[in-house]
Design a binder for this molecule. Structure first.
Ligand code: URA
Length: 433
């Protein structure tokens, strides 16, 4: 088979065979097909798209390019959750203990990553002593005993995706829906869960800015999951402003704990209950969505979900007193108010700028070597639809320095305040099965 013929076929809008897709992925992974030919193919895919069959075959080929995680020694139906990413997204810390509290095993492998805050693991490491370097055997034992464990990602999952993603990044072919869907799903499928719930974000702070694009991506990922034998559900949720009020590492753990203790932070609670209910339903623990929702809501209010959080933190070596009293989590020495210049209603908050400001404060990593500052971050005081008086704080920066003008300016500019009141945005736009 010649790569040039495969490129020509895709350029003409024809479907590639399973054999041709396997040829590309194997050849690219073992360096027998050069970057320039794969670049040309990616551009042809960008313009011509891929059928559902091609996308599923591509995803499986990327899974087969590396290791897969075998979770079969964990009892029960394992359901994983994945978010396409957003600012203030601490839903995983709520959902993990919450669905574990109704008996669903949650075996979460996570990374650190680059971003405006740290990844799941960095945030958990705000809790002194919390250890994610657990062996495979220990991980299985912890999930079997407590229904919840989080481990740092080990192993070489979907290396073909890693290589292709890097090439897409420099050839203007990242934003192709079949390529994004295949990329995300290859990593989820290699991680070994039986079922997957996806939280596809939409809006100004999300990867997908419009509802139409987000729906297409969600549908494509659900189709891949289904074609590869995983029950998959996608929830399309809002990212036109940060989720909750807290952005940072310790800050986000603190707010997640508040919700686990029954605090009604509306968007966080509602989205956690929505996603958690789909997870519990896929795991076969309940007969209906309504039954799942009711039980999960009860477990937020009666302390069951919080008890699981404490057991989970203790089992992984973390200092439980920091969860019982979140004032003990790391903080920052300076608080800088970002005040409103005008009186009026908050009409929009650019989530992306808030994320960048958190990065300026040191909450995230710009390079792999950067050190995360666990205690810095941003607390929003106002969200879309709220009234603010001139001189009142819109947000507070938690900073290691007394002045942090770049971050303060960005947060101030991220807010728009107008005379007319606006409703707070819809939180959940659709559920795709
Ligand atoms: N995230 C991924 O993992 N892959 C993509 O292609 C885009 C976002």
């Amino acid at each position: 088979m010649r790569m040039v013929d495969v490129i020509e076929k895709k350029r003409a809008g024809q479907e590639l065979t399973d054999h041709e897709i396997a040829f590309i992925i194997e050849g690219y992974t073992n360096d027998s097909i050069p970057d320039y030919q794969v670049s040309a193919l990616l551009m042809a895919v960008y313009f011509q798209g891929m059928s559902a069959r091609e996308t599923a075959v591509l995803t499986q080929a990327m899974v087969d390019s590396g290791e897969t995680i075998d979770l079969s020694s964990i009892h029960g139906h394992k359901v994983d959750k994945h978010s396409t990413g957003g600012v203030g997204d601490k839903i995983s810390f709520i959902i993990g203990p919450l669905v574990a509290s109704v008996g669903v095993p949650v075996a979460k492998m996570s990374g650190r990553g680059l971003g405006h805050t740290g990844g799941t693991i960095d945030k958990l490491e705000s809790i002194s002593g919390f250890n994610v370097e657990v062996s495979k055997e220990e991980f299985v034992r912890l999930v079997n005993e407590n229904k919840l464990a989080v481990a740092g990602q080990t192993g070489n999952l979907a290396p073909a995706d890693k290589k292709l993603y890097a090439l897409r990044d420099v050839t203007a072919t990242v934003d192709s829906i079949p390529l994004i869907a295949g990329s995300i799903m290859s990593k989820k499928i290699a991680s070994g869960a039986d079922s997957i719930v996806l939280d596809v974000k939409t809006g100004s702070g999300a990867f997908m800015k419009t509802l139409e694009e987000s729906k297409k991506l969600a549908q494509e990922m659900v189709t891949i999951g289904t074609n590869l034998g995983r029950n998959t559900v996608a929830v399309i949720s809002d990212m036109n402003q940060p989720l909750g009020y807290e952005i940072g590492n310790a800050n986000e753990i603190r707010e997640a704990v508040d919700v686990l203790r029954g605090k009604h932070v509306k968007d966080l609670r509602d989205l956690s209950l929505e996603i958690g209910s789909h997870m519990a339903l896929l795991a076969g623990v309940f007969d209906s969505y309504e039954e799942a929702y009711e039980k999960l809501a009860a477990n937020l209010d009666n302390g069951e979900a919080f008890n699981v959080m404490k057991t989970f933190v203790a089992a992984q070596g973390g200092d439980v007193s920091m969860v019982e009293n979140t004032d003990l989590l790391p903080g920052a020495p300076s608080r800088i108010d970002v005040t409103s210049e005008a009186s009026g209603y908050v009409t929009s908050i650019d989530a992306h700028s808030i994320g960048t400001a958190a990065m300026y404060l040191g909450a995230g990593r710009e390079t792999k070597e950067s050190k995360i500052k666990h205690g810095v971050g941003i607390s929003l005081r106002k969200k879309i639809g709220d009234y603010v008086k001139a001189g009142e704080p819109l947000a507070v920066l938690h900073s290691e320095t007394e002045s942090q003008e770049d971050a303060r300016r960005l947060v101030a500019d991220a807010y728009s305040v107008g005379a007319e009141s606006v409703p707070s945005p819809t939180l959940i736009y659709d559920v795709i099965r």
